[in-house]
Design a protein around this ligand. Structure first.
Ligand code: ATP
Ligand code: MG
Length: 425
């Protein structure tokens, strides 16, 4: 233990658990790559104003959760609390939307920062993989993204998750609904902060987790009863496409999500084994966001899935991912001369694509074989001066215990053959 520990609300990813994180990121991004999404990476910080305008002044993210800083040059920056505003900012800056090939489909993966009260599944530094499809209004695009997220979770073996679905309407029907909801909410017995929220963003009051608030919301007007014909038909098409793809969903008329920029399709994936931090991912359509950050009208849809909570969901379901062994061959030299010869062999094996490790530190045979077994390698290559004088090494199959002499210059081919005959698990 050193004098320092990881900052509150953060944790380190350490082997072997870290490989599960990599596998989850890979599992989420694989379906996206197959569906024409290109990788985008943006800075870890942006102008505070981008999030204030893009995420919304009244959201928890902007009012309470942002890590902001003033640079020595006087710029007001924030560590990114989410990905969508940055991705849209970058796409507009690079004029991707003007290249005449809409939608612009992008995916990303990285660290996000929110000053939250740390608890299981809620951290101050966390990891998301996200996807955005910019510039097209088409229910099939909303359905595509939801299906890709669903397939990603399924490919990890997850079963106990549910998809909640809602429509938040558009600039035609939402204002009318908003006014009706406000009228209802103003008559309730609410604390001062919530009353303020009623005036700024009344939809978010529906999302209030407190029992005392939820009790009073019985009979509140619901967006789904106020959708205009265009929104109703759009939503119906999304639902039909999901059903056709075998993606089960639950209509959740109260699902509004934390961000201000959502329109029409809104969804959240929840996992039933995670306690109160049950949301593993979510997203929706954000047709107005581009204009909010000074861009042209650019109807878009996207999602972000939480990697940390997906890993917790795997644990909750007792799923052990089949991760490829990280070492195929472990080389054990006996004596100084063998050390040089085997070290060259290790380099050669690696260059030929065989994952290989070496008994460093001049260990004796017994300890070196222990390391070989611990490494998870399928084979140990053991050689002393006598073997080398004969131009051979001992190849030991660590699964069966079988051992045989193999000519040094045939070793790479022999190992590769035997590995492909019986791929290690
Ligand atoms: P919650 O309601 O749990 O606060 P959220 O609505 O703020 O979630 P989003 O902004 O939609 O979450 O982020 C998408 C996903 O990122 C979430 O579903 C979750 O899996 C993950 N996530 C968000 N905040 C955190 C956090 N503080 N720690 C770990 N994961 C998080
Ligand atoms: Mg949150």
């Amino acid at each position: 233990m050193s004098t320092f520990s990881a900052p509150k609300g953060t944790y380190d990813l350490i082997p072997p658990d870290s490989s599960v994180f990599l596998a989850v990121r890979e599992a989420i991004s694989t379906p996206l790559k197959r569906a024409g999404y290109g990788y985008i990476e943006t800075p870890g910080f942006e102008a505070v104003e981008l999030f204030a305008r893009g995420v919304g002044e009244s959201t928890d993210i902007v009012t309470k959760e942002m890590y902001t800083l003033t640079t020595k040059g006087g710029d007001e920056l924030a560590l990114r609390p989410e990905g969508t505003a940055s991705v849209l900012r970058a796409a507009l800056e690079a004029n991707l939307h003007k290249l005449g090939n809409l939608p612009v489909k992008l995916w990303y993966s990285g660290s996000y920062y929110r000053y939250e009260r740390p608890q299981k599944g809620r951290y101050r530094h966390f990891s998301q993989v996200g996807a955005e499809a910019l510039g097209t209004e088409d229910p099939a695009l909303d359905a595509e993204l939801i299906i890709l997220a669903f397939d990603a979770y399924r490919s990890l073996g997850l079963r106990n998750f549910r998809l909640l679905l809602n429509s938040l309407g558009d600039k035609e029907c939402r204002p009318v609904y908003r006014a009706a909801l406000q009228e209802f909410l103003r008559a309730l017995d609410l604390d001062e902060e919530t009353r303020r929220r009623v005036e700024i963003n009344p939809l978010r009051v529906l999302d209030d987790k407190r029992e005392a608030v939820q009790k009073q919301l019985v009979g509140a007007p619901m967006m789904r009863d106020h959708l205009c014909e265009a929104c109703k038909s759009y939503h119906e098409q999304v639902r039909e496409l999901l059903t056709a793809a075998g993606v089960a969903f639950e209509d959740d008329p109260k699902l509004v999500r934390g961000l201000d920029y959502y329109t029409r399709t809104t969804f959240e994936f929840v996992h039933d084994g995670l306690g109160s931090q049950s949301a593993v991912g979510g997203g929706g359509r954000y047709d107005g966001l581009s204009e909010m950050i000074g861009g042209p009208a650019l109807p878009s849809v996207g999602w972000a899935l939480g990697v940390d909570r997906t890993v917790l969901a795997l644990k909750a379901e007792g799923i052990e991912l089949e991760l490829p062994a990280h070492t195929d061959v472990f080389a054990v030299p006996l004596g100084e001369e063998a050390r040089r010869a085997l070290f060259s062999l290790v380099t050669e094996l690696r260059r030929q694509g065989v994952a290989t490790d070496f008994a460093y530190g001049g260990k004796g045979l017994k300890n070196a074989m222990k390391s070989a077994n611990r490494s998870g390698a399928r084979f140990a290559v053991v050689a002393g001066e006598r073997d080398l004088a004969e131009g051979t090494v001992q190849l030991k199959d660590l699964e069966s215990g079988e051992q045989s002499a193999v000519a040094l210059d045939a070793l790479v081919d022999t190992v590769r053959e035997r590995l492909s005959d019986s791929p290690s698990t």
